[in-house]
Design a protein around this ligand. Sequence first.
Ligand code: IFM
Length: 983
Amino acid sequence: MAASGDAAQTEAPQASGAAPAAIDPIRFEAAVFDLDGVLTGTAEIHAEAWKRLFDDFLAKQAAASGKPLQPFDPKRDYLAYVDGRPRSDGVRTFLAARGITVPEGEAGDPPDAVTVRSLGARKDAYFLERLAKSGVKVFADAQPLLANLRAAGLKTALVSSSRNAKAVLEAGGLTALLDVVVDGVEAARLGLKGKPAPDTFQRALQQLGVQAARAVGFEDALVGVEAIRAAGYGLVVGVDRVGQSHELVAHGADVAVSDLTTLQVVAAEPASAPHLAAWPPVAPTEDAAWLVVEDGFTLAREHEIESVFAVGNGHLGSRASLAEGGPMSSPATFVAGLFDTRPGPTPSLAPLPDWSHLAPIVEGAPLKLGSGKLLSQRRTLDMRQGLVWRDWRHEDPGGRVTRFQECRLASLYDRRLLLQSAALTAENYTGAVGFETRLDASVEIRTSGGGLAAVSAAALVGGTPDLPAHAAPIGELTLQAQTGRTHRIDRFVAVGASSQDASPRAVADAHVAAAQGQGMSELIARHRDAWAARWEASDIRVDGDPAAQRALRFAAYHLISAADPTDARVSIGARAMTGGAYSGHVFWDTEIYMLPFFALTWPEAARALLMYRHHTLPAARKKALSHGARGAFYAWESADTGDDVTPASVIGPGGVVIQIRLAQQEQHISADVAFGAWSYWRATGDDVFLLEAGAEIIIETARFWASRAEPGDDGRLHIRGVVGPDEYHEHVDDDAYTNGMARWNLRTAVAVVQEMATRWPESWAGLRAQLKLGDAELDEWADAARDLYFSIDPRSGLIEQFQGYFALKDLPLTSLVSRSVPVDVLLGLDRVMRTPIIKQPDVLMLIYLLWDEFTPQVREANFHYYEARCAQGSSLSPCIHALFAARLGRMDMAQRYFRQASGIDLSDNRGDAAGGVHAAALGGLWQAAVFGFAGLTLDDDGPQLDPKLPPGWRELSFRIRWRGKDYALTAQAPTAPVREISP
Ligand code: IFM
């Protein structure tokens, strides 16, 4: 549908309710859609949320005034007063119809205040709650129409009053099919009035660069139809899903249709054949501070490289395996939340087919690193643009020199998309060259838990820029290469998954079709813009230490790649989706090590991670019950359902079977999750989160501790038979970290309850009834917090890590010959258990998290004592020692630990990253820089820095968002005092 030449026409739709409109085929350039009732069927959810809000409100009004008030009618009142309107307008309009006016209210109003603003916010919370439960229904005719319009060359846009439009589009798999979105957030930002005013529809056209007469608008709401009419669109299509065709036409629709497939899109003229421009599709980043580079080829390092250079977007994660494969290749691509129990007893992230396999074939023989001669190879992780490059020149045994260049990414703009662009150049010969792929068209993967992933692939192949590209099925594709000619191939792969999409196959097909229409350069530009927006919020700059700069960007790169703010049903595994170690399982790593980065730079992602814990509360309750306790005992290792999926045993060195009791004993996880929920709320002031999920998590975990602690003869409560973060000592009593965090959890629950009861009495009453909390139980928490065993030696300031720890026979770490082999392997776990050698900080971790609860003397004494006994047996350890040492001003030591932490994935001699990057260590590295070196503290007055930069660092700068405000922070090394040098 375009004005001139190169697009398509709509045929007059079959009118229903209006006279069959005598509309000549009109050429259009853009189609603009409303969301609810047109593309998605969330109208019922909206109507239900409005009803819940208004009926509750009206009942109270009626009780107060003694006058009966008609409840909200989800059909009549919905269509007449709220449908299509911005949320506040809906509140005002409906209440006005019942003769009620309430104050407008302002930001920061308590959620249960009676104002337009807070009533609107409550309606939104009800909507999101229900949406999370039922998912998004996409009308069957929506995707085909959008895909057809785009294939015919039309631009597409969405105009919605909803502030959640982007989340709904994403959940419905429609994001990639729309060029522009004008939602409630954008309208508020620009001060637009919204429907029935024409301004939001005008804004969409302005962004698309299309005149109103060349646009067709689709609306189901009467106010929306009026708005499109007033905006002067060439065609107004009323979409009638509820039998109101006549009203739609009466309000200004040219036609009303009940089925969008009755609209036919006809190509006006064949589109001219696309050209693939010369390779590369975008310019690589040149600034070395944004790059991780690997030159040459070292077979033994290959698994690490695959992890370190992995690409991801929180929904999909893909290892950077060699495109042509090889003996050491271990390709894997995962979808967040899609687990499979085959082949093992515990679920693992299900691997997708190897989409990136693209083997160059020269004169019928595959080009391989292992045969012939490697002339040069460079692989580059381009962190700024979120993609990975490869440039490989190879001489085959026949003396032919071929250059293979490639880039790959997992789109941050459209999370269902994986892209690959490659170029093959015959440098010194003419002959047959080709590509072979493993994934050529469509495949489906079914997981044991009933999950389904559908993968669709398409390719465009071109010769030199002067030859047109053509869509190519390339199971094995052969081309005639001439000396110096470069053949380029662009591959578009989309994944629909039942974890997110109602129809994975349709979603994958639509995304691939849309991607092909947009072309590689445009798609990469959008992906790069999405990364630029993330870096704007999350970049961290170091002046004076290039290696530290790279390591911190590497940490942020993998953390950003791991999170998906649109999916509240998944969390980040210990190795994110960069490798198979720990099977994609989620540990305390997420809340304690990674979450601070997200809470302060990407709160939407932090919220989604915590909502995963809220969704898995039922499993945590079940686990508590099975341990004879109450409340919520979270899984030590958690997958899709939240059931504990910690393996019962592993095979250790020498084939010995080692029983794992962490699921039963590593109980601090419950307090860690509560700590994450509370920290997020504190950082964002997101009261809706607290009321909707956070308070329930904090209360249920406190309940667990209160029921778990056992009274002892000493009149104190004890938590016996646990494992603390130091996993070298099992089945200990009163682990300091566990007891300290449990005590914090109990006290925090008491505080949260008090705050809720004061600020949001109604919500509190509801939650209290839901959780069946009696007064006695509430009193019990404060008592339990007071009585829980925790002791600090008044003389030395030392905290004993667990009962009996100080009696263990000391074995100085310095006496151990090899520090490169883990101590538990060197000595055997049984022996280590009889020494005070620890794997990772336990007491120190507690002091770090609850810093203000301990005196400087206690911090110093315990650091001095436990640092000397820590074997750094976990990747989670050095970052916390770096942070702690920095806070205590021991800068050489802090720098040494910081370097050790930086090298966990990046140093080239450890091989640690083979099973995936260490996501917790990456989050910890960021914390070491921000809370250690910059000395960031946060309170009601905002952020404060107390810089202690390591030797050589001149400046450290970063941004954070604290309670809705953005801050740019810079920590500087003190300049030398000015000295007078004149005589
Ligand atoms: O959660 C950690 C644990 O603290 C130490 N072992 C590895 C786990 C996953 O990273």
